[in-house]
Design a protein around this ligand. Structure first.
Ligand SMILES: C[S@@+](CC[C@H](N)C(=O)[O-])C[C@H]1O[C@@H](n2cnc3c(N)ncnc32)[C@H](O)[C@@H]1O
Length: 288
């Protein structure tokens, strides 16, 4: 499968394969109950046919299967190494409940109008063409079905204590660098418009806050693992002063009981109209 057109490739991660998988595992479990709460509020129900895109090593798939025992989940992922990881994790799940699809979110190969709900978690920030992906997901949703995008926005990243005075500068520089490669670390704010421009209705947006005092510090330690920032320093994206501040924060979060961190996930959702304009399915469709 070649149509990745995204900035995420686990082979390029500076943490190394196993550490990155572990980072995703902790990140997937840390605030799942709150993410699920919001997804249910947006209309996710047990028994629905669900598509999860960019499912990676399968930790969110596992959560969906456990949280929605009557649902069937299609787990779509472009990277066969990650999908094999998910298959190993979920090897005991009966085939009536799960289907694995190795494919791109841009061209899923899935039939029209076949899902009640699509979950896209931490994939859209990596996509070079989010509109094309949102339109493809619109195509595979049933009329009245919903797409929920769980993602980040570094403009409302959160905070750490002790403070990193240059945090916003650092995030902006990294965000600009990632944007040059085709990703968008500020995508959260654009999600309502993205959904609107792809024809979705009833658009809403919310956030899920993670706090180390509430959700434990493991996920935050991994978030502030210096190895994640080293390439940006080495490539001159951030300077020595900024890197030193990250180092202090990383040491504090690992060693100091006074330290805490808080982070934000954005969850946006839109509904495919019940009445579809088949001649112009997708862009500009506005009817309920
Ligand atoms: C940061 S990981 C998130 C994994 C999982 N959704 C989670 O929340 O833990 C992003 C995932 O999106 C996948 N991905 C990137 N581009 C994709 C594409 N064009 N089509 C399908 N999956 C893609 C990556 O391979 C990776 O598994």
């Amino acid at each position: 499968m070649t149509d990745r057109r995204s900035t995420y490739n686990i082979k390029n991660t500076t943490l190394g394969f196993q550490e990155e998988i572990e980072r995703l595992r902790v990140q997937a479990t840390m605030s799942w109950h709150k993410e699920l709460r919001t997804l249910k509020w947006y209309g996710l129900q047990d028994g629905m046919r669900i598509l999860e895109v960019g499912s990676g090593p399968g930790y969110i798939t596992e959560q969906l299967l456990n949280s929605l025992p009557e649902s069937h989940i299609t787990s779509l992922e472009i990277d066969p190494t990650l999908q094999n990881q998910a298959k190993r994790l979920l090897k005991d799940i009966p085939s009536e409940r799960i289907k694995f699809v190795e494919s791109s979110v841009y061209h899923t190969g899935l039939p029209d109008h076949s899902f009640d709900f699509v979950v896209a978690r931490l994939i859209f920030l990596h996509l070079n063409n989010p509109l094309e992906a949102a339109l493809e997901l619109y195509r595979v949703l049933k009329p009245g079905g919903r797409l929920a995008i769980i993602d980040i926005d570094d403009g409302v990243f959160g905070t750490v204590n002790p403070e990193i005075p240059l945090l916003n500068n650092i995030l902006k520089k990294i965000g600009d660098y990632v944007a040059q490669k085709g990703g968008n670390r500020y995508i959260g704010r654009s999600l309502p418009r993205l959904l609107m421009n792809s024809g979705y209705l009833d658009i809403d947006i919310d956030s899920v806050i993670q706090h180390s005092d509430v959700h434990g510090s493991d996920g935050f330690k991994r978030q502030f693992d210096l190895n994640r920032f080293l390439p940006f320093y080495k490539n001159g994206v951030i300077d020595l002063n900024e890197f030193e501040q990250l180092k202090e924060a990383s040491e504090a979060i690992n060693n100091c009981s006074e330290a805490y961190a808080m982070m934000n996930f954005i969850i946006a959702c839109g509904k495919k109209p019940l009445t579809i304009n088949f001649q112009n399915e997708g862009v500009g469709t506005r009817r309920t």
